[in-house]
Design a binder for this molecule. Structure first.
Ligand code: PXP
Length: 238
């Protein structure tokens, strides 16, 4: 069954805008799970611009589904992952040189480094997913470095300028999914998926999990604003 990983980074982004305590991504994770999320995804960035170390530590204790830690393949992040033990790690690019032309991780260009990080994490019992473009060479390299999962980058599909390009991008995702499964990889997908474009990706044969953040948090702000204003009117009316 296809599962939904909810990325709650944007909740932390709002909090960091004021460096205060609200909204707490830990509370958001609890509510996302109540809403049916199958997993919670957070990206701990090197500059800590949204999710903080404290969030990760508390989420590890409170998430009842599974916790997917997105991170760069750096010694600092590997050390944190080994200590926190998320249910799986998704390696994502943070620096320009780690990125292929389209935007996913360049596994082909850094095979040895990726193989070492994958081996280190998987030896500690943490499955690794590689966030890559639907590019046959990157998919083959992901199998070679012995990752358990790939996450297909859906950004180009999501940002397609017209239906013809979108159809081509969907075909690349479909072929990439089939290639990966034939190589023994498990397949997730994400980035830029919305309420309007998710359905064709959700229907791809063999797809296991979609990681979605921006569109869900955006909708949460809008569907919640009326009630929030009403409650403030009550608060000021004494
Ligand atoms: N998957 C990965 C690897 C990501 O880096 C992101 C964005 O943080 C997402 C999925 C979610 O993308 P979006 O916020 O556009 O739904």
């Amino acid at each position: 069954m296809l599962t939904l990983g909810v990325n709650i980074d944007h909740v932390a982004t709002i909090r960091q805008a004021r460096r205060t305590v609200e909204p707490d991504p830990v509370a958001a994770a609890v509510l996302a799970e109540l809403g049916g999320a199958d997993g919670i995804t957070v990206h701990l960035r090197e500059d800590r611009r949204h999710i903080q170390d404290r969030d990760l530590q508390i989420l590890r204790q409170t998430v009842r589904t599974h916790l997917n830690l997105e991170m760069a393949a750096t010694p600092e992040m590997v050390e944190i992952a080994l200590a926190v033990k998320p249910d799986y790690v998704t390696l994502v690019p943070e620096r320009r040189e780690e990125v292929t032309t389209e935007g996913g991780l360049d596994i082909v260009g850094q095979r040895d480094r990726m193989a070492a990080v994958v081996a280190q994490l998987q030896a500690a019992g943490i499955p690794v997913s590689l966030f890559i473009d639907p590019d046959p060479a990157q998919i083959a390299a992901s199998a070679q470095v012995k990752a358990q999962f790939i996450e297909l980058h859906t950004g180009r599909y999501a940002e397609a300028a017209n239906e013809m390009i979108r159809g081509k991008e969907l075909a690349l995702l479909s072929e990439g999914c089939a290639q990966a499964i034939a190589l023994g990889l498990r397949v997730n997908a994400g980035h830029g998926l919305t309420y309007w474009n998710v359905q064709p990706v959700a229907q791809l044969t063999g797809m296991e999990e979609l990681n979605i953040g921006h569109t869900i948090i955006s909708r949460a702000v809008l569907v919640g604003i009326e009630r929030a204003v009403r409650e403030m009117k009550q608060a000021i009316s004494g």
